[in-house]
Design a protein around this ligand. Structure first.
Ligand code: NAD
Length: 287
């Protein structure tokens, strides 16, 4: 990758969002949040951020060990609920847990996602069963999460729903077809839902992160670099986002989610917030 290792940091301000913008007040005090896919990666970082900002958080993930561990790390402000987002009844139960345990749900972050088969499979080799599996989690799971959040938020007349898309939902060729297609749908889902939910006082937005070295993205690039060790793989993923000047980190997405979840964003709905440091602003990414 011809730009890998080049240092563009002089073009980039790291002073993006300070910690003390709320003048000491915690920005999610008293809020109840449910985050899917929060046993790892972006969801886990966001769970930490939300708890730090005063929220009660439900860690909803298919991974019981990882999810329980995150809940232990976060202490009494967090609970783990095992949930496969491909199964609507499990999402329904996770949302019901929020209502039964906390009496409300203020923030629903539909973040769980998978990439499916990786490498560079041609459309002529696409396994449609795998395509269905990715759609079931990344698209149907997202819609089911929105449906059940809306079910409990509409009667309350308030709520903030977030979804994780990706820069792969902005351009072709950055991820495998099934993943790219699934992520392109999410801003559309958000627009469709926002047009209904705005009059009910419920906001819905999505976040499109750039490449961040999590288990999912590392698995995504592994077939291209079979001989590299873990540290080298992390450098490869960071190298993609560093094309824009600095590496994209979990905390960058967590801060964006915090803003959209909070009342500071009370007039923002139907929006796709790109968190890529400028990567998709380039005319040519030189792949
Ligand atoms: P990750 O692998 O670190 O975390 C994904 C989490 O989702 C895991 O805890 C996993 O157990 C959980 N999960 C998977 N299938 C599930 C299911 N059926 N039901 C419930 N939970 C399930 O990956 P990540 O990078 O943190 O990914 C989180 C989201 O961010 C995904 O939607 C992904 O597409 C998106 N994203 C990631 C990147 C990146 O570069 N890492 C960039 C853009 C968007």
């Amino acid at each position: 990758f011809k730009f890998l290792g080049t240092n563009y940091s002089r073009f980039y301000s790291t002073n993006v969002i300070g910690g003390g913008g709320g003048g000491g007040a915690r920005r999610l005090e008293g809020k109840v949040a449910l985050i899917t896919g929060s046993a790892s990666g972006l969801g886990k970082a966001t769970a930490h951020q939300f708890v730090e900002q005063g929220a009660q958080v439900i860690i909803a993930d298919i991974d019981a060990n990882g999810g329980s561990q995150v809940a232990i790390e976060l202490g009494p402000a967090a609970h783990f609920v095992q949930c496969d987002v491909a199964d609507e009844s499990q999402i329904e139960e996770a949302v019901n847990f929020a209502i039964n345990h906390h009496g409300k749900l203020d923030i629903m972050y539909n973040n769980a996602g998978i990439i499916g088969p990786v490498g560079s499979p041609s459309i002529t080799d696409l396994d449609l069963n795998e395509f269905d599996r990715v759609m079931r989690i990344n698209v149907r799971g997202m819609v089911a999460g929105i449906k059940h959040a809306a079910r409990v938020m509409i009667p309350l007349g308030s709520g903030s729903i977030l979804c994780t898309s990706s820069i792969c939902g902005l351009m072709g060729g950055f991820g495998p077809h099934q993943y790219t297609i699934s992520k392109f749908t999410i801003p559309g889902i958000v627009k469709s839902m926002a047009s209904e939910l705005c009059r009910a006082g419920v906001r819905i937005n999505c976040i499109s992160p750039g490449p961040i070295a999590t288990p999912m993205s590392l698995a995504g690039v592994r077939p291209f670099f079979p001989d590299l060790n873990q540290e080298q793989m992390v450098a490869i993923v960071n190298g993609f986002s560093e094309l824009a000047g600095a590496k994209c980190e979990e905390i960058d997405v967590a801060q964006a989610a915090l803003y959209l979840a909070s009342d500071e964003a009370k007039y923002i709905t139907g929006h796709n917030l790109i968190v890529d440091g400028g990567l998709t602003s380039f005319k040519n990414l030189a792949f």
